[in-house]
Ligand binder design. Structure first.
Ligand code: BTN
Length: 257
C-alpha cells in the first residue's frame, strides 16, 4: 500500500518519493517497476516503513527493524558499467553530509559502509544493468540507515543514530536531507568525475594510507591500504617482500591493525 507520495523539489531536479508501509525490499520493488515499465524515469525513490526481506551486499540479509530508514533510488547515470561503483563514494559522502548535523561524525569503511564510533550505521547496495554497449541502463541505489536501533547479532559492530546522538529522528527528515545532499554530490560527480570526491572520501575513511587491513574476498587478502582506483577498487600494498600493489574489486574489510 502506498502511504504517501511526496515530491522533494530542489535546485532543478525532482525526486519522486513513494512511501510504502511494508515491502519485501525497496530495491526489489524498483526492479518490479522496471520489469513492468522499462523506461521508468530516474529519481524514483521507493521508501518503506517496514522491509520483510531487506538485502545486504554479498547475499547477506539487511536486518530491517521498524523505525529505521530503508529506501532505494533509481538512477540512470550516463557512464560505462565499470564506473558505476563510483556512485558508492557519492552516496557515502552524501550520507555523511546528511548525518553530520545530527551530532555524529560519520566515517567510511571500504567499499560502502558508513560508520559512527567505529560501528556500522548505514549500508549501501548498488545493483545495475547495462546494455550491449556496456553503458549503464539502470542503477538501483539501496540504502539502509539505522536510526532507532541496530542489529545486536551482526558479525560486526553496529550502531544507530539514536544510540550515537541520544536523539530519535524521523526517517522522512533524514531521507530528505540525504536526497538534497545526494543531488549536489551526484551532479558534482557527473560534471567532474571521481577525483575530488575520492580525496574527500579518503579523508573520512577509517583506514588511512599504510594501515594494515584484511579483506575477505573469495579468500582473505592482507595488505597495507594504499589508495582507491578510478573504478572504486581498493589498492593494497602486499605484505610480502616484493611489496607489489594489488587491486581488489570486491570484498569486505574484516580486520585491521
Ligand atoms: C550492506 O550490506 O551494507 C548494504 C545494505 C543495503 C540495505 C538497503 S535497505 C534499502 C534497500 N533495500 C534492500 O533490500 N537493501 C537496501
Amino acid at each position: 500500500m502506498v502511504v504517501s507520495q511526496i515530491d522533494v523539489i530542489k535546485a532543478d531536479d525532482l525526486f519522486k518519493i513513494e512511501c510504502l508501509e511494508t515491502i519485501d525490499s525497496t530495491s526489489e520493488e524498483i526492479k518490479r517497476r522496471l520489469n513492468k515499465i522499462p523506461e521508468t524515469p530516474e529519481y524514483l525513490v521507493v521508501w518503506a516503513l517496514n522491509q520483510t526481506q531487506g538485502k545486504g551486499r554479498r547475499g547477506k540479509v539487511w536486518v530491517s527493524d521498524e523505525g529505521n530508514l530503508f529506501f532505494s533510488v533509481l538512477l540512470r547515470p550516463q557512464c560505462l558499467i565499470s564506473y558505476a561503483a563510483q556512485i558508492n563514494f557519492v552516496a557515502c559522502l552524501a550520507l555523511r553530509d546528511a548525518l553530520l548535523p545530527y551530532k555524529v561524525d560519520p566515517q567510511f569503511k571500504w567499499p560502502n559502509d558508513v560508520m559512527v564510533d567505529q560501528a556500522k550505521i548505514a549500508g549501501i547496495l548498488l545493483e545495475s544493468d547495462a546494455g550491449f554497449d556496456a553503458n549503464v541502463n539502470w542503477l538501483i541505489m539501496g540504502i539502509g540507515v539505522n536510526l532507532k536501533s541496530s542489529p545486536s547479532h551482526a558479525p560486526y559492530k553496529t550502531t544507530s543514530l539514536y544510540e550515537a546522538s541520544g536523539t530519535l529522528y524521523a526517517p522522512q527528515k533524514i531521507l530528505e536531507d540525504f536526497l538534497i545532499a545526494f543531488d549536489k554530490r551526484y551532479k558534482n560527480w557527473q560534471e567532474t568525475g571521481l577525483s575530488d570526491l575520492r580525496d574527500e572520501w579518503i579523508k573520512s575513511s577509517i583506514y588511512q594510507k599504510g594501515d594494515k587491513i584484511t579483506i575477505q574476498s573469495d579468500k582473505p587478502i592482507i595488505g597495507y591500504f594504499e589508495d582507491l582506483t578510478e573504478k572504486g577498487a581498493i589498492l593494497l600494498r602486499s605484505i610480502d617482500k616484493d611489496k607489489q600493489l594489488m587491486t581488489i574489486n570486491a570484498g569486505d574489510i574484516v580486520m585491521s591493525r
